[in-house]
Ligand binder design. Structure first.
Ligand SMILES: NC(=O)c1ccc[n+]([C@@H]2O[C@H](COP(=O)([O-])OP(=O)(O)OC[C@H]3O[C@@H](n4cnc5c(N)ncnc54)[C@H](O)[C@@H]3O)[C@@H](O)[C@H]2O)c1
Ligand SMILES: O=C(O)[C@@H](O)[C@H](O)COP(=O)(O)O
Length: 331
């Protein structure tokens, strides 16, 4: 690594989860060698996990600001935040101390990104229960990032080479996702999908929109959300020149996208989009918060408490997240 490469901030995630391990393992991958990495986390945790899982060819460098980073091959700079008592931290357990720390790493990363000290953020997973136990009532990173960047129009996009999915709703109950489905939001997510894929090099992205009901409502036989909310949004965006079609049966749209009919699918709720993506690309998938004024990518998996600090976590999604943050930072 050298000083003139883009600096990506990696938040350490929940200290009791697999975040520290997947970060340490990612550093050695060729795909991340074009970036300078700064971990926004806790030095005691990074050191302890490094020793436990026996990563010997990475040296940790404790810093208190990004400008102190060494950015050298074999050295991982850790912007230390003093929010963990290492003697009290238990791996694989929901703890408010850890939930609070994970939250603080994200808030700090937003500050650094807004100040342009880093070009983007790649996040390791946080645990929502632990964050709530610490008194931070955000459903996830997405909402924290939107809040601290004062962004109203954003959407969760799951990215894999073979399938891309963007969501109309995410961290809400299925009932609320249906009750709040609205044409303006559907149109806005189609727009965010279009803009984001253009940034990624698609001249005129082909967007497929899923229905919310079986068979996309089958002409009103199985619900009228398609007619009331989804079709008007699609027609509005078509008139504006966006290459978008639908609503398409949710049970086949993902297969069609994977086969090449669409560059991205607009899913109506969290699991509609997450299940196909995680089925085919759990380890290679990346979560992107599209629509923010800063770049944010993330692993698409969680804290995996049951395998924390054991040295068996797969780091591929972390590597892909760093790489995608770097690519987005050059667009
Ligand atoms: N980006 C994020 O911050 C993020 C993403 C998803 C879930 N979460 C949170 O993580 C917590 C746990 O969620 P969950 O249990 O539903 O999902 P999870 O992804 O943590 O675990 C699901 C399964 O996948 C395995 N797994 C996950 N990541 C792995 C990896 N890198 N290598 C090997 N195996 C891996 C786990 O051991 C488990 O069997 C929850 O609080 C959830 O909200 C956070
Ligand atoms: O399940 C997923 O992968 C996401 O919905 C997950 O909850 C992460 O969300 P954010 O923390 O990125 O908002």
């Amino acid at each position: 690594m050298t000083k003139n490469k883009p600096i990506i901030g990696i938040t350490m995630g929940d200290p009791a989860g697999i975040g520290p391990e997947i970060i340490l393992k990612s550093v050695k991958h060729n795909k991340v060698k074009d970036c300078n990495l700064v971990v926004i986390g806790n030095m005691d945790v990074m050191s302890k996990v490094k020793d436990l899982i026996k990563i010997e060819d990475v040296q940790l460098n404790k810093i208190s600001q990004v400008s102190e980073g060494k950015f050298q091959e074999g050295v991982l700079d850790v912007l230390h935040m003093d929010n963990i008592n290492i003697d009290e931290l238990v791996p694989g357990k929901v703890q408010s101390m850890a939930g609070n720390a994970a939250f603080e790493y994200v808030v700090k990363a937003v500050e650094l990104a807004l100040n342009k000290e880093i070009v983007g953020i790649a996040t390791a997973p946080l645990n929502k229960e632990a964050m709530k136990a610490a008194g931070h009532h955000f459903p996830g990173h997405t909402e924290i990032l939107a809040h601290y960047t004062d962004t109203k129009n954003y959407a969760m996009l799951l990215y894999d080479e073979s399938l891309k999915v963007i969501h109309v709703s995410t961290h809400v109950s299925l009932r609320k996702a249906i009750d709040t489905l609205h044409k303006d939001r559907v149109a806005s997510v189609i727009e965010i999908a279009n803009e984001t894929l253009k940034k990624l090099g698609y001249d005129s992205p082909r967007i497929g929109v899923a229905g919310i009901n079986p068979h996309a409502g089958e002409g009103g036989l199985f619900g009228d959300e398609e007619e009331q909310e989804i079709i008007p949004a699609i027609e509005r965006k078509q008139k504006e020149g966006v290459q978008v079609e639908g609503p398409i049966s949710p049970d086949t749209i993902f297969l069609r996208a994977k086969q090449g009919d669409y560059d991205i699918v607009v899913a109506m709720y969290h699991d509609q989009g997450h299940i196909p993506l995680k089925l085919i690309g759990f380890h290679s998938g990346v979560n992107v918060t599209a629509g923010l004024p800063i770049i944010r990518t993330s692993v698409d998996h969680g804290t995996a408490f049951e395998i924390a600090w054991k040295g068996i976590a797969n780091e591929e999604s972390m590597v892909q997240s760093i790489e995608l943050a770097k690519i987005l930072s050059t667009k």
